[in-house]
Design a protein around this ligand. Structure first.
Ligand code: HEM
Length: 490
């Protein structure tokens, strides 16, 4: 029953199952260099063309099975998730000193913590946060008035960081939060390095230092929040309330760690999503037209403002029936230009919601997920040996023609009909599915609303490609020339 693979990895052969085809390349290093230099999507694509959608490889000293079908994804992430616990490389675990699922806690059952995090981001609770997300978005975008151009990522990260920070720790933007954001930026940078060695001068070393500083800076935040007893509950408040079987509450240190884990999970991913939204909307003017407001119309409406309410309502109804520009319609429905978006507005953005979904599919911000097999498993005649890593290649089925017609075309209308089951997993699946998915959706809808109703923009410079690590983002951060809409009308 025991056999050796060609890379000298000992496995317990399961009857009726075979290792998938694949290659090991060099001892220990395996195919790590190609994986990091090409990025996961290209690396997997080349292997899929040679070996099929399930293959084996060797990465960073780990024999690995890569699966890139929706069915296998469901099997690994949902149906048999207990056999496939999440895996974080030692360098990432060390950087965060916690895994992002907040599952590592000596003092509290991890399930309880995770449930609290999920509860704190429940759809219902998020309703009350729309006004704050609105305020943060306006705060970020209003600074564009004074700038002829901006680097989208720099702006997106302000928005994403403060929206997450408000939701998890109830913190409003301030010089302290800006410093936290900058420091946390180094942690993200360290996460993306292919050389995670703690040597002074390296980005990994810097990331470890800055991560520690962020952790320490959160100490007074946690202490203050304990005393405050705020009416509006954030994740931190709910985590403070839980108790273990001995009636003990969670310690400050653990709370700080959980906040770091949540920042890691929610900050960069959301910021990167906003950049992709700006890119795809900018490159698809027809779709942009459907979601944006014409400056002329908004100008006209501000004049109509002083007229009778009933007349305004008729104009809105007529306009919305003969146009698909949904953000325009929403803005025109406001009595004052300062009126924030409401919950009703958010649920009245079906077109922008499909833009959000299509952006997630095309960009595949989390292109793959990693698990480690806890036991030998036979998946449809394919052996997944115990302790091997399993990569679930989400991006490769997001962009697979078998699952999405014309997959490289940005076409939000494909989401007017439900996607094939499990062929669209931007937030994962099963037990570890992202609890921040509704939060980030609301952030994205509010962002698109103010973006398209306030500004026009144009990319500066040429296409620079993609930075693959730690997650795929637009190289150079997408510098854009911006103009306020009612000032640029010709
Ligand atoms: C575009 C933005 C985002 C994307 C694409 C994304 C994607 C994902 C994915 C794919 C997972 C599953 C990981 C796995 O199964 O191993 C995940 C987990 C998680 N995400 Fe997100 N996420 C985003 C934003 C957020 C936000 C805003 C938060 C909240 C602060 C958040 C908090 C979490 C947490 C705590 C987990 C771990 C859940 C668990 O282990 O049960 N995410 N996310």
């Amino acid at each position: 029953r025991w056999g050796k693979t060609s890379s000298n990895v000992k496995i317990n052969r399961l009857p009726g199952a075979q290792l998938p085809k694949g290659s090991w390349s060099l001892p220990w290093i395996g195919e790590t260099i190609a994986f990091y230099s090409q990025g996961p999507y290209k690396f997997y694509s080349q292997h899929i063309a040679r070996y099929g959608r399930i293959f084996r490889t060797h990465l960073m000293g780990n024999p690995t099975i890569v699966t890139s079908t929706p069915e296998a994804a469901r099997f690994v992430l949902a149906t048999r998730h207990k056999s496939f616990p999440a895996f974080y490389s030692p360098s990432v675990s060390r950087l965060l000193s916690i895994n992002p699922s907040a599952a590592v806690s000596q003092e509290m059952p991890p399930g309880k913590i995770l449930k609290t995090i999920h509860d704190s981001m429940h759809f219902e609770l998020l309703r009350d946060k729309i006004a704050k997300i609105d305020r943060i978005t306006r705060w970020v975008l209003s600074s564009w008035d004074k700038q002829p151009f901006v680097v989208t990522y720099q702006e997106a990260k302000k928005l994403a960081f403060h929206a997450v920070l408000d939701s998890i720790a109830g913190m409003a933007p301030s010089p302290e939060t800006m410093k936290l954001m900058d420091d946390f930026g180094y942690v993200i940078k360290g996460m993306g390095t292919s050389m995670p060695f703690n040597i002074p001068g390296t980005s990994y070393h810097m990331a470890l230092e800055k991560g520690q500083q962020v952790f320490e800076a959160l100490s007074p935040v946690v202490k203050k929040r304990r005393l405050e007893k705020s009416q509006e509950k954030c994740t931190l408040d709910l985590l403070m309330e839980i108790e273990n079987a001995n009636g003990e509450k969670i310690s400050d240190d653990s709370l700080q760690s959980h906040l770091c884990g949540l920042m890691f999970a929610g900050f960069h991913s959301s910021a990167v999503l906003f950049v992709w939204l700006v890119k795809f909307l900018g490159e698809n003017q027809e779709i942009l037209q459907q979601v944006k407001v014409s400056a002329l119309k908004s100008h006209l409406f501000s004049k109509l403002h002083i007229m009778h309410q009933k007349f305004i309502t008729i104009v809105i109804v007529l306009y919305s029936t003969c146009s698909q520009a949904e953000q325009d319609t929403i803005r025109m429905g406001k009595i004052s230009p300062e009126d924030p978006l409401s919950w009703t507005d958010i649920i009245n953005m079906p077109l922008t919601s499909t833009v959000f979904q299509e952006t997630l599919r095309m960009a595949s911000i989390v292109p793959f997920l990693t698990r480690r097999a806890k036991e030998d498993i036979n998946y449809e005649g394919i052996q997944i040996p115990k302790s091997w890593l399993v990569h679930v290649g989400i991006q490769n089925f997001h962009l697979g023609p078998e699952y999405h017609k014309d997959p490289l075309k940005f076409d939000p209308s494909r989401f007017q009909a439900p996607a094939k089951p499990a062929a669209f997993l931007p937030f994962g699946n099963g037990a570890s599915m992202c609890p921040g998915r509704e939060l980030v959706k609301f952030e994205a809808l509010v962002f698109v609303h103010y973006l398209v109703t306030t500004y026009s923009w144009e990319r500066i410079g040429s296409e620079q490609g993609i930075d693959h690590w730690p997650i795929p983002t637009v190289k150079g951060g997408l510098p854009i020339k911006v103009a306020k809409l009612n000032e640029c009308v010709t």
